[in-house]
Design a protein around this ligand. Structure first.
Ligand code: BGC
Length: 608
């Protein structure tokens, strides 16, 4: 795999490859295909049922009887965004759940361990008490590949502490329209940036050798063009998420493909085809995209995992949908609830000659390669969780890296009359805004729950208000009113406003104007005649309108995660801002697509 096996696809793509080649890369110890002798020997011993079992991934939430794992020789299980252990959400319960499920694989005839997948997108974000890192939009502004790699390494360690060995990350989407509800999952609007940081994330997660017990299998997603869909092309004629990317092949390759080129060069073990379509054809149904481009041209040796229930969208008849996707090149199906139907359907299709046995063998070989590479097939190596790793789960050391990531991700957009940095010795600082004291809002979607939620969403972590209280000297009084009233007499006001958590299609917005309560909080603060610092927490640029005029200083802090002290490091001058916009910032909704008319251009960011 890597650049030697990637064919040259013509002038446009050559440029993309050239960028990829210049990336620093430590090639993995072994290519995935080097495990073929073992994988093929095992394949030769498998029945059709056992092969199909390897290709099946239910969500633990819907496996009511765990004996199904043995009965169907299931190859993989996932926890979707809100799929917690039935005992509740804690580090112990997650680990027990993983162990309980893994123990069932040992009872199958061939004892092939179960690969457990989860969305660890900004830390091990489903698990209470995990460190929550900034979402990718912020990391794109930090422009620091070494930092992304370090974050991915720590995330891998926290994931492994629960036994899990696979994350559906990194998202290498290149969002082209910030109305998209998944904008924050992408590193930025520029393919070169996404390519560089996506590669760093794969390196950090997988390490140099997947067999390392601290390595976690990565998954580049959502292949391909998920960030390029046309507004109004999504289901029901609304929004962007899961819609249609209407661009020619050269554009698709130039904007949306480079992230995958780089991830494959890094040895990424899995790729998730997108729900979205390319010129009317669902990516998850496209042989051209999955087999011809990804596997044949780019030489991808790992396996493809379908998105959650994505097969359901390919045809009204489920069995037909299975045939379309598997024949297109899908290797494993994420069928959270319909796993029995998938198994019966695929078995039928093979027996009827509608899915060739060679396709099944290719899919299973790819899955087994990855399991061998991960050391999962090593005799005598326990597949149960190594609970010693739990010592550093959510540790101060891990939080320090997250705090550093927060301060590097902040972008200073305005700073009049040297408003920032703030003095730590001011007599009184008045804080306002709905996001000032809300850990859930600062973490965003994909935090504990799929959609995220407002409030004290997880344990550990510091809100921005709490961080301000910690940062100032003992002589400073910090007062707080959510609506920004009562500021009179304060030396300065800090208003923390922006979005509330959302994920995927729920975050698609036709209008990105600030909420009325946010504008009111800034106005109330300003009415006291004091300098006002606005901190915006959001998954994308929002239309600032009059708030830009009212603010004396304005900081885009994105979705910083659990470590609010990274924000105060910048506010109080302990860390001078270095962040640069990873998206161009529109002035009005009308000018959304006109990057030359941007209020702040891509790459903008002030220093003080
Ligand atoms: C998302 C994926 C995610 C999967 C599993 C889907 O809804 O599109 O990004 O990996 O769920 O949770």
């Amino acid at each position: 795999m890597r650049k030697t096996s990637a064919k040259v696809w013509g002038a446009v793509l050559t440029a993309a490859i050239a960028v990829a080649v210049s990336l620093p890369a430590a090639p993995p110890a072994k290519t995935l295909a080097s495990f073929d002798p073992q994988a093929k020997a095992l394949l030769a011993r498998m029945t059709l049922e056992e092969k199909i079992g390897q290709m099946t991934q239910p969500d633990q939430e819907y496996v009511k009887d765990l004996a199904d794992l043995e009965k169907y020789a299931i190859g993989s299980v996932l926890s979707g965004g809100s799929s917690d252990p039935k005992e509740g959400n804690s580090l112990g319960a997650w680990t027990d759940m993983y162990d309980r499920i893994q123990q069932h694989s040992a009872k199958t005839r061939l004892r092939i361990p179960i690969l457990y997948g989860v969305d660890a997108l900004h830390g091990h974000n489903n698990v209470l008490g995990a460190v929550i890192f900034p979402h990718n939009v912020g990391l794109g502004c930090a422009r620091n590949a070494a930092l992304v790699e370090k974050i991915a390494r720590i995330t891998a360690e926290e994931v492994r502490a629960t036994g899990i060995q696979w994350t559906f990350a990194p998202c290498v989407a290149v969002p082209q329209d910030v109305r998209w509800g998944r904008t924050y999952e992408g590193f930025g609007e520029d393919p070169a940036l996404v390519q560089e940081l996506g590669a760093a994330a794969v390196r950090g997660l997988q390490g140099e050798d997947l067999a390392n017990p601290l390595a976690v299998l990565a998954c580049a997603k959502h292949y391909v063009g998920d960030g390029g869909t046309a507004f109004g092309s999504a289901r029901g004629g609304k929004g962007l998420d899961q819609g249609d990317t209407r661009v020619d092949e050269a554009t698709l390759r130039r904007i949306h493909l480079p992230g995958y080129v780089a991830a494959i060069r890094e040895g990424v073990g899995t790729i998730m085809p997108s729900y979205s379509s390319w010129n009317g054809v669902k990516c998850s149904a496209s042989k051209r995209l999955l087999t011809e481009i990804l596997k044949q041209e780019l030489g991808f040796q790992g396996f493809l995992i379908s998105d959650y229930n994505a097969l359901d969208q390919l045809a009204p008849d489920f069995k037909e949908a299975i045939a379309i996707s598997i024949n297109a090149g899908m290797d494993m199906a994420m069928v959270p609830e319909r796993y029995r139907e998938f198994i019966a359907g695929l078995e039928g299709l093979v027996k009827e000659g509608k899915v060739p046995m060679a396709r099944i063998d290719d899919a299973v070989t790819r899955i087994l390669r990855v399991k061998f590479a991960l050391g999962m097939m090593d005799q005598g190596r326990s597949q149960l969780a190594d609970r010693k790793l739990q010592k550093s789960f959510g540790s101060a050391e891990h939080r320090a890296v997250a705090r550093d990531a927060v301060r590097q991700s902040l972008v200073l957009l305005k700073n009049e009359r040297g408003t920032l940095p703030l003095a730590k010795g001011a007599a009184r600082i008045h804080v306002g805004g709905k996001n000032a004291d809300d850990l859930g809002n600062q973490c965003g979607g994909w935090t504990i729950d799929w959609q995220g939620k407002s409030g004290a969403v997880t344990s550990g972590g510091t809100t921005i208000l709490a961080a301000i209280r910690k940062a100032v000297g003992s002589a400073t009084r910090v007062t707080f009113a959510k609506d920004g009233t009562g500021a009179a007499g304060a030396a300065v006001g800090v208003v923390v406003i922006g979005e509330k958590p959302y994920a995927e299609f729920d975050g698609d917005r036709a209008d990105l104007s600030l909420a009325a309560e946010d504008v009111a909080a800034v106005n109330n603060m300003k009415a006291a005649g004091i300098p006002v610092v606005v901190v915006l927490l959001s998954g994308r640029p929002l239309i600032l309108g009059e708030v830009l005029e009212k603010a004396d200083a304005l900081v885009a802090a994105w979705l910083p995660g659990s470590e609010g002290e990274g924000v105060t490091d910048v506010l109080f001058g302990d860390f001078a801002p270095t962040g640069k916009l990873s998206f161009s910032w529109p002035r009005t909704m009308q000018q959304l697509g006109e990057r030359q008319a941007a209020l702040f251009a891509y790459g903008y960011g002030l220093k003080y």
